[in-house]
Design a protein around this ligand. Structure first.
Ligand SMILES: Cc1ncc(COP(=O)(O)O)c(C=O)c1O
Length: 357
């Protein structure tokens, strides 16, 4: 039995990824760039993205969790590449992470103690996290001195090495971000007063890091922008000098007549991660022309098309916009979400194909 052809492919343009890395590196300089590769590199495929980032000179990778950090270490990258994991569960293999020189974000005394108790030959490299208002982990201001003291005590015992201090911000409004920065500054000053010395301080992700010099500190953790996914609200990637990395390309598999209307069937749907909210709000490009998506079903979607469309024609769902198709940003603005939602949800039935000149 021959396998059915995939309903679509996600084409990943590694040159676009490299170009975005270069643009962002220049923009955030003299701060360094941490390329965030969580969620299978935002659906783009961890291994290829990591190898491309490292070859392009990125020295810090953000993995989210320890299993992903260990998968990155399994790629046998040069020794001086740093990998940062910050979301832990009690089942995580802290010993393996420490042996593999994974930098660990910590928010609680319990985490510091679990890490310090791991039986390993080398000290764990810690980045202490203060919550500056996002409430997505991080020590509260009242718990902060205790966290710093616990880390310093573990450092005195040789079990850990304090490397960084960090927080995460909402990037929803300039005022909130400024408040978060002031809380971050206070937390750093307090920790330093207790004797902590930090090599790296990091707070910003894509949007703030790109736009606000005062948010960059020593390191900026960038995910969305490296993949050419812009912040929304009408701001597209081209406005920022970024290039979308992923294009989603399918084919017209059937053309149906409906009264005097023609409808093209595109064989992928919400079973592949496309949200049903696209119906009536987004389009698909065939032969350089946009056609409105009118329904999204589990394994197909329908677009209202005109004459001159043939079965087998390429149907571009999103991409760089250069062949008439919408960008993720347009999809995100049309459906009231953010561009990364589409790429991280894209199902495993859709192969990723890597292209590069
Ligand atoms: C802690 C942390 N830093 C940075 C990022 C990157 O964010 P963005 O994709 O907006 O650049 C993320 C992603 O969610 C994150 O969780």
């Amino acid at each position: 039995m021959t396998a059915a052809p995939p309903p679509a492919e996600a084409i990943i343009d590694l040159d676009a990824y490299r170009s975005n890395l270069a643009t962002i590196t220049q923009q955030v300089s003299p701060a360094s760039l941490m390329a965030v590769v969580k969620a299978d590199a935002y659906g783009h495929g961890l291994e290829q993205i990591v190898r491309t980032a490292v070859t392009a000179g990125v020295g810090f990778l953000g993995s989210l969790d320890i299993p992903t950090a260990l998968a990155i270490r399994g790629l046998d990258l040069p020794d001086d590449i740093d990998v940062f994991a910050w979301l832990h569960s009690p089942q995580d293999d802290f010993a393996a992470a420490i042996e593999s020189r994974v930098d660990l974000g910590v928010s609680t005394v319990a985490e510091v103690e679990a890490i310090a108790a791991a039986r390993v030959q080398r000290p764990a490299r810690l980045h202490l996290k203060i919550d500056t208002g996002l409430h997505r982990n991080g020590a509260s201001e009242s718990d902060w001195p205790e966290l710093v003291r616990a880390a310093l005590a573990a450092q005195d015992r040789g079990a850990v090495e304090l490397r960084g201090v960090w927080t995460h911000i909402a990037e929803a409004s300039a005022e909130e971000d400024t408040d978060a920065m002031r809380r971050f500054d206070r937390a750093i000053a307090l920790a330093e007063g207790l004797g902590a010395v930090f090599e790296v301080r990091h707070l910003a992700a894509s949007a703030a890091g790109f736009q606000r010099a005062d948010s960059r500190y020593d390191l900026v953790r960038v995910g969305a922008f490296t993949y050419g996914i812009a912040p929304g609200g009408g701001i597209g990637p081209a406005d920022l000098g970024l290039v979308p990395v992923m294009s989603l390309v399918s084919r017209v598999s059937e053309i149906l007549s409906h009264g005097d209307q023609l409808r093209a069937v595109i064989p992928l749907g919400y079973g592949d991660g496309l949200p049903s909210e696209l119906a009536g709000r987004a389009s698909v490009a065939v032969r350089g022309q946009r056609y409105r998506i009118i329904s999204v079903e589990v394994d197909r979607l329908l677009a209202e098309v005109g004459d001159g469309i043939a079965i087998g024609d390429a149907a571009v769902l999103f991409g760089s916009g250069t062949a008439g198709e919408e960008t993720l940003q347009e999809w995100a603005d049309a459906t009231g979400t953010i561009g990364e939602e589409f790429v991280v949800r894209l199902g495993s039935r859709i192969p990723r194909r890597y292209v590069s000149d």
